[in-house]
Design a protein around this ligand. Structure first.
Ligand SMILES: Nc1ncnc2c1ncn2[C@@H]1O[C@H](COP(=O)(O)OP(=O)(O)OP(=O)(O)O)[C@@H](O)[C@H]1O
Length: 453
């Protein structure tokens, strides 16, 4: 009868015995200490988290956000500190470099290096607040371009939270000032718009010499469009305008678009439609995320038509934009509500009339071979300050007449024409040398290709 009680007492005794065992008691003590420490650590972490949440505030900026480069540039601004603590805390030891290169015609390549805070943690002091910065690249999370996701996290005391407003406003102002008087040209890298080299000084409209009235017509139309935003909104019409510039190479199409962008204080977002890899999907995606205040420049628009033919023939577009892809980009769902687009082509004969429709292409302008008017204007731009009475300009024009450059088309014969780019080349070769330019004018006549023997 008493056996179960005895066994229960026996097991109790065993526990007590174990506890009295110095080896076990020591181990048990250590384990409890460990558990208590782990508990305390968890508690400390939880309360640190709580304090962090209560006392700190942070902002996360993704690499995809337009503010990302602005904030990086803002962080790179020198902020001399006077206090001992601030001097030491805000020292940035880890930097990363972004290099931009640009080539000047016939000149050396220029390179600019921008140093920015590298990946990791940094501290900056702005006004009276300390801001902890964490720049992170997450190798596991990929963006849709296949690049690692990148974030910038700014943390400050909750009490200083209003400082972020100032940070963003200042960073934006800094970015605007950096591009003041410049035209940013964006090109495509993967699925992103990236500035192409260093922002260029605005090209003055006067430096592009088009035939009489041509420039003014386009500039006035664009200005008129920009002034009528509300008109479009009131009528529920997408606020878009499309221009098609066509004509031979070297007539100033791209130069004019760049100068116009500068005049309107816009950037240029440029895509070459003949490029392999610029597919319909990619074009549509890029148009949904155009850089702000930018003119879209779709170069070599004819390639979309060539591709249509190729696709119709063998069902394969060769990894480039198709005709329907281009139409969709211009006024389909992916077109976006607002934009100014310029299309350029050297082969107008390859384009489809379906392109010429309000919202797709509203204005079509031929930018052709150099005219007598343009040759005279360009002469004045290059030699106006030395050829005061214009006598040499008239000699130059007379020489061009003699060469038959502006002669009307004679039936059955190919007209002799030259490009404005060629005239510019001649004048650049003969800087300050009017005689040289006149003597070498014959070089403007395009050379016939030697017939095969
Ligand atoms: N009408 C022009 N006025 C001033 N410069 C010109 C003109 N046409 C050409 N140029 C000069 O010639 C060069 C080539 O011009 P640009 O690239 O603008 O020609 P394009 O018509 O766009 O050629 P493409 O059709 O091959 O793209 C530039 O350096 C530009 O300054």
């Amino acid at each position: 009868m008493s056996e179960p009680a005895a066994s229960a007492a026996g097991s109790l005794l065993d526990v007590n015995g174990l506890l009295e065992n110095p080896v076990f008691a020591g181990g048990f003590g250590l384990a409890s200490l460990g558990a208590a420490l782990a508990f305390a650590r968890r508690g400390a972490l939880a309360s640190a988290g709580l304090i962090r949440r209560r006392l700190l505030v942070n902002v996360e900026i993704s690499r995809q956000d337009p503010a990302y480069p602005w904030i990086l540039a803002w962080l790179s601004e020198p902020r001399p500190q006077t206090s001992f603590l601030a001097k030491r805390l805000t020292r940035i030891n880890k930097l990363s470099v972004t290099t931009a290169t640009s080539t000047t015609p016939n000149g050396p390549t220029q390179a600019s290096f921008f140093l920015q805070p590298g990946y990791g943690r940094h501290i900056v002091k702005y006004k009276h607040a300390y801001i902890a910065v964490n720049r992170e690249k997450q190798s596991t999370a990929k963006t849709n371009t296949g690049e690692p996701h990148e974030t910038l996290e700014l943390t400050t005391l909750y009490a200083h939270r209003h400082i972020f407003e100032d940070v963003f406003t200042e960073a934006r102002g800094l970015a605007l000032r950096a591009n003041e008087g410049k035209t940013v040209v964006y090109s495509v890298r993967n699925f992103d718009w990236v500035p192409l080299g260093i922002p260029r000084r605005k090209r003055p409209l006067a430096s592009v010499v088009l035939d009489k009235g041509v420039k003014e017509d386009i500039v006035n139309d664009a200005r008129d469009f920009l002034a009528r935003r509300q008109w479009y909104v009131d009528r529920g019409i997408p606020y878009r305008r499309g221009y098609l510039l066509y004509g031979p190479p070297g007539s100033g199409k791209s130069s004019f678009i760049q100068a116009l962008a500068g005049e309107l204080d816009y950037s240029v977002a440029m895509i070459n439609l003949s490029e392999i890899g610029v597919t319909d999907d990619k074009l549509a995606f890029l148009l949904t995320k155009l850089p702000e205040r930018s003119i879209v420049l779709l170069e070599d628009a004819d390639s979309a038509f060539v591709n249509r033919r190729r696709r119709d023939a063998d069902g394969y577009s060769g990894g480039t934009v198709t005709f329907s892809g281009l139409l969709n980009a211009l006024d389909g769902l992916s077109a976006g509500e607002e934009r100014i687009a310029f299309l350029t082509t050297n082969h107008i004969e390859l384009l489809d009339p379906a392109l010429i429709r309000p919202g797709r292409v509203d204005m079509m302008v031929r930018i052709g071979e150099a005219t007598r008017y343009q040759a005279a204007q360009m002469w004045d731009r290059f030699y106006g300050d030395v050829d005061h009475d214009g006598v040499n300009r008239e000699r130059f024009l007379a020489r061009l007449d003699e060469l038959g450059l502006f002669r009307d088309v004679v039936e059955g014969a190919n007209p002799i024409r030259t490009s404005t780019a060629a005239i510019q080349g001649l004048f650049l070769f003969n800087k300050n040398d009017m005689e040289g330019a006149i003597n070498m004018a014959e070089g403007l006549i395009p050379q016939k290709l030697e017939a095969e023997p």
